[in-house]
Design a protein around this ligand. Structure first.
Ligand SMILES: [Zn+2]
Length: 708
């Protein structure tokens, strides 16, 4: 499974508001009849989905923002001198209504949406962004936070409270709250320009990607594609009112059809369409925009007191500095590229054996590696699926592993209202039978559900608020016909373990403050508990407990198990190399200082890859700079490395378990106490090292990727 594709949604509790946003008057429609008006009376404060109607969300969101604004303004206007209690703790308590409604709204718009909900989301998104942005520009509020922060050495705060103070203060400062007025004005202008350019990039890229689809009227050019793929290409042409066949581009450099098209000229043309999609010198060319974006971001970082954009972005991450992230990536390169070179040789051998008479190019890679895969690593999905019946995998695999490690038990509750009849709810209890959490799962694909899989929270754990966690997992597995079993692939099994790892991070949370709770951690840490949990899917005693034939109950034959394990070794050199190359491009762009002149993207990209030993003729980066939407169009600038960083942590952590006897209660308890329950209450690198006994290292990651 491609880890970077896995999404995590957290419900995003906003602990505070601001006075600078224009006040939203509480909507007249909002009153006691609205199910969000008062805290839920259901067990665990679960959302009352039996009472919530689509029309209830918008007035509750607006009233929630208004309430949070007035609560926060009251904190800012408090005539009593600022204290930790009357400022920081008060801010943590603010915004409960908004939290309640936003968590439920986020869940239904993601997993069970409709035109009305979409309309509300479109209308509310900019208002919520303004609401959030304005928090950090409330000078009176920041003055109180800063005053408490200055006294921190004498306050005798416990560790978690001190962390809350530091994180909150840091969030204000990193947003520019400390700047003189003139700089704040420039900052706002820069933020606006960056946002405008970033939107322009996204708009252009969307159009460029659409325009760059491969089009042909010659069916013969598509030889090698399956009938279903050809039908889809014909359908794509029809919906665009074009003759013939259309292969639309997906966002990555490599395209899915490159694995099967046997006509080399078609492969080359399709690859060229993808690689140059946003570099055609027309109105949708993005190069000028990204060069300017890099420059504006560098200037903003300078204004905020950082040497470059990456230094600013990584300040609150586990890696802390671009240097640490760069050093980490450098360590991956030799192993990844050496394996990619040996994979390239295997492929060239196939080309030569077939008397191809050409040297391997990027557009040949997937086509020939698919032949290598079939010869060396083939796994017949239809043979393994009967051993992976969904409910059995969940209860006897995912839940079982968690019970073995952490002593928790699961009991289905049919009395808790759900937003859709396929959703199941489990009450989770600790080993001492005390209630721990509610867990919802919504696994079947629907037309009104976003793609992919994710985790989220309805209620975040907090001792201060008095709440236990209520979390959910969502996936998109095909729903079987009534009465038929849901048989899933091993990739899907891994997804179940992954998302449940996020769920455990939420459910084990044992923190005082809601803003430090559960999965509210840095981006380069948050995928660690989930990816870590994937390891148990193949742990022998867990696997044996769930991988049983759905009809006969027979265990999976050993040769099939070996094939599953072997398949995970396939093409790892290529996969890691293209990821590191993309992550390096991101980091090279975002470590440019403000004094650097405007860059020429193609030259910069070539030089950046050369410098990092990643300029390989047959292995291009997963995204080229000009269509790398993670870093220019969404929030992942200087953050693409985080996927790999989390992978280092999860493999390093699993190695600790292997060294200490694997799946045992003692190991689980220790991990839970020192990591999974701690949320963001400690500095993450220290938290990790305290549990692991040392800093993480890349060797286990290279081992599990079979690159060592
Ligand atoms: Zn995840």
């Amino acid at each position: 499974m491609l880890k970077p594709m896995t999404a995590l949604i957290t419900s995003g509790a906003l602990a505070l508001g601001s006075a600078n946003t224009p006040a939203v008057s509480a909507d007249a429609k909002f009153g006691p009849a609205n199910p969000f008006y008062a805290p839920s009376t259901l067990p665990f404060d679960a959302p009352p989905f039996d009472k919530i109607k689509d029309e209830d969300y918008q007035p509750a969101i607006e009233a929630g923002m208004a309430e949070e604004l007035s609560e926060t303004q009251a904190i800012a206007d408090n005539p009593v001198p600022p204290t930790f209690e009357n400022t920081l703790v008060a801010m943590e308590k603010a915004g409960r209504l908004l939290q309640r409604v936003r968590a439920a709204f986020g869940a239904v718009t993601g997993a069970n949406t409709n035109p009305l909900l979409q309309k509300v989301r479109t209308e509310e998104a900019p208002k919520q962004a303004a609401h959030h942005d304005a928090i950090y520009l409330n000078a009176k509020l920041f003055a109180r936070v800063a005053a408490v922060y200055q006294q921190r050495a004498t306050l005798k705060l416990d560790g978690e409270s001190l962390r809350l103070l530091e994180v909150t203060y840091d969030n204000f400062v990193r947003s520019g709250a400390n700047l003189p007025e003139a700089d704040k004005t420039e900052l706002k202008k820069l933020n606006e320009e960056i946002s405008t350019l970033s939107n322009r990039f996204s708009t252009k890229l969307l159009a460029a990607t659409k325009d760059s689809a491969y089009v042909t009227t010659d069916k013969g050019a598509l030889a090698g594609l399956s009938d279903a793929q050809i039908a889809a290409a014909a359908h794509a042409a029809e919906s665009r009112k074009q003759e013939g066949y259309v292969l639309p581009l997906q966002n990555t450099t490599q395209q899915p059809e490159l694995g099967s098209v046997s006509v080399r000229a078609t492969r080359e043309a399709l690859f060229e369409k993808s690689w140059n999609r946003a570099e055609r010198g027309d109105a949708n060319d993005t190069r000028d925009d990204i060069a300017h974006l890099a420059q504006l971001r560098a200037r903003r970082a300078q204004l905020l007191g950082y040497p470059n954009h990456a230094a600013w972005k990584l300040g609150d991450q586990m890696a802390k500095t671009p240097e640490a992230a760069l050093k980490f990536m450098d360590a991956l390169v030799p192993g990844a590229t050496a394996r990619a070179a040996s994979e390239a040789k295997d492929i060239q051998d196939v080309i030569d054996a077939q008397k191809g008479g050409f040297a391997l190019q990027p557009w040949d890679w997937d086509f020939y590696s698919e032949q290598v895969r079939k010869a060396k690593y083939d796994l017949d999905e239809s043979a393994v699926k009967p051993y992976f019946e969904l409910n059995n995998v969940v209860e006897n695999g995912v839940f079982y592993a968690a019970s073995q490690l952490y002593g928790i038990t699961f009991h289905e509750r049919k009395d808790i209202p759900v937003y859709q009849p396929d959703v199941r709810v489990f009450e989770v209890s600790n080993a001492d039978s005390k209630p721990l959490a509610l867990f919802y799962c919504d696994y079947f694909k629907r037309d009104n559900k976003q793609g992919g899989a994710w985790m989220g929270s309805f209620v975040e754990q907090s001792k201060l608020i008095g709440t236990l966690p209520v979390v959910y997992n969502v996936a998109n597995f095909p729903k079987p016909a009534p009465g038929e079993p849901a048989l899933i692939s091993f990739t899907d099994v891994t997804t179940l373990f992954h998302e449940f790892g996020h769920a455990l991070h939420g459910m084990f949370s044992d923190t005082e403050y809601p803003s430090l709770s559960g999965t509210a951690t840095a981006r380069d840490f948050v995928e660690f508990p989930s990816q870590f949990n994937e390891h148990w899917a193949l742990f022998p005693s867990v696997f044996a407990h769930y991988a049983k034939h759905y009809r006969t109950g027979a265990p999976m034959p050993a040769d099939l198990v070996a094939k599953i394990k072997n398949a995970s070794r396939f093409n790892q050199g290529y996969k890691l190399t293209e990821l590191v190359a993309a992550a390096q491009l991101d980091m090279q762009w975002h470590t440019l200082p403000a004094s650097t002149p405007l860059q020429q993207p193609d030259a910069f990209e070539k030089q950046a890859l050369e410098k990092t030993h990643l300029l390989l003729s047959a292995v291009p980066p997963r995204y080229r700079s000009s269509y790398f939407s993670h870093i220019w169009g969404s929030g992942y600038s200087a953050g693409y490395y985080a996927y790999l960083w989390s992978e280092m942590l999860d493999d390093d952590a699993y190695e600790w378990f292997e060294e200490h006897g694997g799946l045992t209660r003692a190991n689980g308890e220790r991990f839970r106490a020192m990591v999974l329950s701690r949320g963001n209450t400690e500095e993450l690198a220290k938290m990790y090292a305290a549990w692991r006994g040392k800093d993480p290292s890349v060797e286990p990651m290279m081992k599990y990727r079979s690159l060592q």
